[in-house]
Design a protein around this ligand. Structure first.
Ligand code: GSH
Length: 199
């Protein structure tokens, strides 16, 4: 049986959360990357909408980053133990999608829109992350063990810090959380050898 395969550009982008989930779960897989922005035909034809990321796992062919993340999170036990846990964990995790979407809109809107994103839109989410983490002991967004929410939000905080090391100065619990996740053994190994890409 062939190894699972994650198809994406040679970039973090919409695939990095899935890579972190796979790393955390210790899954052996093929991290199949190709240069941005062209998706090779033999990859595009596997996908549902001609877009990546795409994940092949045995008989399963799965497109859409959120679906891939949820599939991996369910498969590897990162969605809690009941419907309420699952809903809460997902509600934190998908705040990252709101931020990414707002960032894309701001990029298209010019300098004023980007200032608004930096000073108003993103901090609105950071403040909630800060409060939630502080109330829960700074290690996890929900419950007492690592979940999809932690990995998804870590991925964003880590990326933002790589671009601006001071961005979370006003959010010490977010920084403590980031330091904690950096030390999770399987993630530490992955991050130590992660390929450096501009985005
Ligand atoms: N909702 C989709 C969006 C996928 C998407 O926009 N992928 C981009 C790369 S990040 C892509 O494949 N662009 C090439 C294209 O649309 O032709 C997801 O989250 O997977």
């Amino acid at each position: 049986m062939s190894l699972p395969t994650l198809y994406y550009f040679d970039a973090k982008g919409r695939a990095e959360c899935a890579r972190l989930l796979l790393a955390y779960a210790g899954v052996q897989y093929v991290d199949l990357r190709f240069p941005y922005p062209v998706i090779p035909d033999n990859v595009a034809e596997k996908t549902t909408f001609g877009q990546v990321p795409h994940y092949s796992d045995g008989d399963i062919e799965l497109s859409q980053s959120l679906a891939i993340e949820l599939y991996l999170s369910r498969k590897y036990g990162l969605l809690g133990s009941n419907a309420v846990d699952e809903a809460k964990i997902i509600s934190y995790a998908i705040s990252t999608g709101d931020i990414s979407q707002a960032f894309i809109v701001a990029q298209k809107g010019g300098p004023e829109a980007m200032e608004k994103y930096k000073n108003e839109v993103a901090p609105r989410y950071y403040r909630v992350w800060e409060k939630t983490l502080k109330e829960n002991g700074c290690k996890h967004f929900y419950g007492k063990s690592i979940t999809y929410a932690d990995i998804a939000i870590f991925s964003v905080i880590d990326y933002v810090l790589s671009k601006d090391a001071n961005r979370f100065e006003q959010f010490p619990s977010c920084l403590e959380f980031h330091r904690h996740i950096l030390e999770v053994p399987n993630l530490k190994i992955y991050l130590a050898s992660r390929k450096v890409t501009p985005f």
